[in-house]
Design a protein around this ligand. Structure first.
Ligand SMILES: Nc1ncnc2c1ncn2[C@@H]1O[C@H](COP(=O)(O)OP(=O)(O)OP(=O)(O)O)[C@@H](O)[C@H]1O
Ligand SMILES: [Mg+2]
Length: 300
């Protein structure tokens, strides 16, 4: 059998807390192929960012580990670029300089000044931010900052692009536009992508596989859904596609039946896998129209 590209095996993590160790993840196992687009979905606090931070090398697993192309991941590296949940640009640098910093780190020995300049411009153009190259982060909108974060990550030509809710804070139009751009870019570059999302539609539209996590503590991989929809994918055409709707339904069933989250439940009544959902109606179910649909179909 060929060696896998990226593999998490038997990953546990315990965080020290004043009340003793807190086991956030328990026995996470996942193999990701080169060029694959994998989404992680699960309720808030289950441990998605923690999984990503372990792959990024920002956290060390307490047990088990991560292998990328035959090498153990034990620290951050430019072959695993991260787009964080909250945009993380350096405020004293311009948009251009933020991308330049990453480009210099990776290409200092292989690109000359002109090639670096062209490469930075090219990546800013990919996310339609070339017009704001000389602005500072506090002069651009949240969506624009997120786009620069994506350009900065892409400009590093990472083997693995790690994205923690990259579009979560964006308005619906910008989000749709960036999802389409990301699909185009990934089709061109063939990067491996691991993306965390709360949005079921986003997960189905973008992913080759959706990894659904159980609720924490001691969260693990609950189910993995392969999304066998042909690419390129068109959001409008897919809206009425029975296969697309089947995949959405599978994810929704996992989140709202099998792993239903009861925020205010007493500790003894923590929801377990396959537990029957409580009879009380969810407030979001009562909502109608697009807002209601969205409320029902994103995890909280
Ligand atoms: N450094 C830490 N020390 C202690 N507990 C932590 C630490 N980091 C995360 N946790 C806990 O681990 C669990 C998983 O957190 P994580 O941030 O990975 O969740 P998440 O799935 O990304 O949530 P969200 O969807 O809200 O971003 C949570 O209970 C969190 O409180
Ligand atoms: Mg998170």
């Amino acid at each position: 059998m060929s060696e896998s590209h990226l593999e998490l095996s038997g990953v546990d993590i315990e965080f020290p807390t004043p009340k003793g160790p807190f086991k956030a993840l328990d026995d996470i196992n996942l193999r990701v192929d080169r060029g694959e687009f994998v989404s992680l979905i699960g309720h808030s606090g289950c441990g998605k960012s923690t999984v990503m931070n372990i792959v990024a090398g920002l956290h060390q697993a307490t047990r088990g580990g991560v292998i990328l192309d035959g090498r153990e991941v034990d620290q951050p590296g430019p072959e695993r670029a991260v787009v964080f949940q909250n945009h993380s640009l350096l405020p004293w640098l311009t948009v251009y300089q933020n991308v330049e910093l990453a480009v210099k780190r990776v290409f200092r020995k292989t690109k000359n000044r002109r090639e670096m300049r062209e490469w930075i411009d090219h990546n800013l153009a990919l996310v339609h931010m070339e017009h704001a190259a000389h602005k500072r982060p506090d002069e651009i909108s949240g969506g624009m900052k997120q786009r620069v974060g994506i350009a900065r990550a892409l400009a590093m030509q990472p083997k693995v692009l790690l994205m923690d809710e990259p579009f979560g804070a964006l308005d619906a139009l910008t989000r749709a536009h960036l999802q389409d751009s990301l699909m185009d870019i990934q089709a061109d570059l063939g990067n491996t992508v691991i993306m965390i999302t709360h949005d079921v539609d986003e997960a189905v539209l973008l992913s080759d596989r959706i990894v659904m996590m159980t609720n924490g503590p001691a969260a693990t991989v609950g189910e993995i859904l392969s999304v066998d929809l042909p690419r390129p994918r068109d959001r409008l055409a897919l809206a009425d596609d029975p296969a697309y709707n089947h995949y959405r339904h599978e994810v929704l069933t996992f989140l709202y039946e099998k792993q239903k989250k009861v925020e205010s439940a007493p500790a003894t009544a923590r929801p377990e896998t396959n537990q029957t959902p409580p009879a009380a109606p969810e407030p979001a179910r009562a909502a109608t129209g697009e807002a209601g649909r969205k409320a029902r179909e994103t995890t909280a």
